[in-house]
Design a protein around this ligand. Structure first.
Ligand code: KG4
Ligand code: ZN
Length: 336
């Protein structure tokens, strides 16, 4: 088989990213320009600022990705880009860039679903991982339990009814004064706290045992904080963070392990920004070992948004013959 080298672009939220990936699993370069510091003062991502920053940074990221890989546009077999879901103005920057490159070079254009990218991050460091397997996808916008039946073939068996897991981390972090981005800050604070200091609720949804709900948990944490304030009690940030994280992590791990057992899969992967959470990684590893399930997880840098994962997903689309036209558009609510 001939080598396939893909230039991949990602701009769906607040990271401008470009990567060169060979044969879906070999990352030749992975450039990420994070805007987190710019959005921190606003306590969250400001869509217009994100778009404007993508416009400024995109060409530099692509140039750096090609040069670090020792490639030029001539060496590339295809250009791939996230075309949804995400912030529409942010997505349009990457989509327009990829279309321009495809138009100028005549190379094929491949649109990638952002979540499919997150799932495919698992292929990069695990050369032995092949479908079928179960994947828990937990990010700022999504909490999905998915059966990956084949490359590019998914069955969603559970999803959140309200907040995404990452969203809950971000909201609770803001409420306890840890600021944005909440996930990594709660992760760090939780290491210093007592996870059994409080018992926060873990929602189970009747008749939809694989679905998630995090809004009740979030409200319960917010109520506790307000009560403590009213009674003039000192708030132990670390204990709240540890107890909240434990509640989220136990639900995520419980659902994922149950899905493997009931659907009969012995491979479980995690993906998305929340998959970099150290509490989740530890408990999942322990439960997988106890249940004889092989556990796969990307390195933290491949869990949060990046373009290498888009290049990994695009390879399997490329092999199937998927090609997009120059009329490709951003689809902010693209379904999996
Ligand atoms: O996948 P991602 O980079 O972007 C989306 O597609 O949403 O995920 C970002 C989310 C944010 O909500 C962030 O707070 C969360 O992932 N996150 C974490 C950690 N690192 C990032 N949540 C918990 N623990 C972490 N270490
Ligand atoms: Zn993401």
């Amino acid at each position: 088989d001939e080598d396939v080298t893909i230039l991949a672009i990602e701009s769906s939220c607040d990271e401008t990213a470009a990567a060169v990936v060979r044969n879906g699993r070999e990352v030749l370069s992975n450039i990420i320009s994070s805007q987190i510091a710019l959005h921190t003062i606003y306590g969250g991502v400001v869509p217009e600022i994100a778009s404007r920053k993508h416009v400024e940074k995109m060409n530099g990221c692509i140039r750096a990705a090609l040069s670090e890989a020792g490639k030029t546009l001539d060496d590339i077999d295809a250009v791939a880009v996230t075309y949804g879901p995400g912030l529409v103005g942010a997505l349009l920057v990457g989509v327009s860039e990829a279309k321009a490159i495809s138009f100028a070079t005549g190379k094929p254009l491949i649109g990638v679903h952002h979540i499919e990218g997150h799932i495919s991050a698992n292929f990069i460091e695990n050369k032995d991982l092949e479908p079928p397997f179960v994947c828990l996808v937990v990010s700022g916008g999504h909490s999905h339990l998915v059966v990956v039946k084949d490359y590019g073939e998914y069955e969603i068996i559970g999803q959140t009814r309200d907040d995404a897991a990452g969203e809950a981390f971000d909201k609770v972090a803001r409420a306890i004064g840890l600021g944005y981005p909440g996930g990594p800050k709660i992760d760090k604070a939780a290491k210093e706290g007592n996870p059994d200091a409080f018992t926060f609720p873990q929602a189970q949804i009747p008749d939809a045992e694989y679905d998630f709900s995090f809004s009740g948990l979030k409200s319960s944490v917010l109520n506790y904080i307000n009560q403590a304030k009213m009674q003039g009690q000192e708030l132990d940030q670390n204990d709240v963070a540890a107890s909240f994280q434990k509640a989220v992590v136990e639900v995520l791990v419980g659902h994922a392990i149950k899905a493997c057992k009931e659907y009969g899969y012995d491979k479980l992967a995690i993906a998305g920004g929340v998959a970099s959470n150290s509490g989740l990684r530890e408990l999942m590893e322990k439960e997988c070992a106890a249940n004889k399930i092989k556990f796969y997880r990307p390195s933290p840098v491949l869990c949060t948004d990046n373009a290498a994962m888009i290049g990994a997903a695009a390879y399997y689309e490329y092999k199937k013959g998927v090609r997009f036209g120059l009329d490709m558009n951003a689809v902010p609510n693209l379904p999996l």
